[in-house]
Ligand binder design. Structure first.
Ligand SMILES: [Zn+2]
Length: 318
């Protein structure tokens, strides 16, 4: 697995508050800037093998939470413990991610490109190729520890230097951050010039992480979120059939007060997802469960006129 060593990425690490160089002590890091509140030795402690590079005063994360998360391995959900053949009933392989990640990897430049996975504690559905490509140097961080991350951080203040990554993958993360605009600005900052981003974000999905679920995007809204990127491709991850399965699951949960009953009906209705393939792209765009954006960093922003002209759904403008 080409997840690179923490030592190898140490020169890229910066203070999440002021972006100054980080200095390493035996079991902690601290900021090199004398006037930074994180300058005192031990300001960024290690939890296990993971440095906690979080500006807690500006994060929804709490110190106690991080400690708890690191003390226990990330629990595998009941669905993830099922045999692969059964798992597909609840969580089919994300074919859009497989296809787009392959495209992203083939577009990466030269030797040993650096790819950052934002929210990468576990390998995302359809993104395993990122970790199998021997050419790619993977950097991963999350708010919880996991086998695929090197440090804990909050995506609103990515503790990496400007222009340090050739590509960034952010799958099913932006709905869980308080300020997606700020997170995408951080992605833009951390990418090298002409760097690539691959994002997947839900449109019509029910709340799925309790208190840590904040926002949804239409296809046009998602495009505008990435307005400082040139589009390579964008489209639907899962369409109205998948969206309907989610809705019936949550209706049944509400009627029975039972998440298990909802999950059961979701498995019985797996075939509804297949209807996605019969819906034309324009109609799918208007009622997607989730969508993707593959783009390249640029300086220019999209104008309001451009985003209106961008609409690809099936509804006619007045
Ligand atoms: Zn600092």
């Amino acid at each position: 697995m080409p997840l690179i060593d923490l030592d190898a990425i140490r020169p890229l690490l910066v203070c999440p508050r002021c972006r100054s160089t980080l200095l390493a002590a035996p079991h902690s890091f601290h900021c090199a800037a004398p006037d930074c509140p994180y300058h005192p030795a031990g300001s960024f402690p290690m939890v296990g093998r993971w440095p906690v590079l979080v500006d807690f005063e500006r994060s929804v994360l709490r110190r106690e939470q991080v400690g708890l998360a690191a003390g226990a391995a990330l629990p595998r959900s009941a669905v993830d413990r099922l045999p692969p053949a059964l798992r597909g009933l609840w969580k089919p392989v994300n074919r859009a991610a497989v296809r787009n990640v392959d495209r992203l990897l083939r577009s990466l430049p030269g030797s040993a490109p650096t790819l950052l996975v934002v929210g990468g504690a576990t390998v995302g559905n359809g993104t395993a190729a990122v970790y199998r490509d021997p050419r790619v140097q993977v950097i991963g961080f999350d708010i919880v520890t996991g086998p695929s991350t090197q440090f804990l951080a909050d995506a609103h203040q990515i503790p990496l230097a400007d222009r340090s990554a050739d590509a960034i993958v952010v799958q099913a993360v932006l709905e869980h951050v308080l300020d997606p605009e700020l997170v995408v600005a951080e992605i833009h900052r951390v990418l090298k010039d002409d760097g690539l981003v691959y994002a997947e974000t839900p449109f019509l999905q029910q709340v799925h992480a309790g208190a840590y679920d904040f926002v949804r995007y239409t296809a046009s809204g998602h495009r505008f979120l990435f307005r400082r990127f040139a589009e390579i491709d964008a489209g639907t991850v899962a369409g109205p059939g998948t969206q309907l399965v989610w809705s019936i699951d949550h209706l049944v949960r509400g009627l029975t007060r039972s998440a298990t009953a909802g999950r059961l009906i979701r498995a019985l209705l797996f075939w509804l997802r297949r209807l996605d393939a019969a819906v034309p792209a324009a109609y799918a765009a208007d009622s997607a469960s989730a969508q993707y954006f593959l783009g390249r960093k640029r300086d220019r922003e999209m104008s309001p006129e451009e985003i209106i002209a961008y609409y690809r759904g099936a509804q006619r403008s007045r």
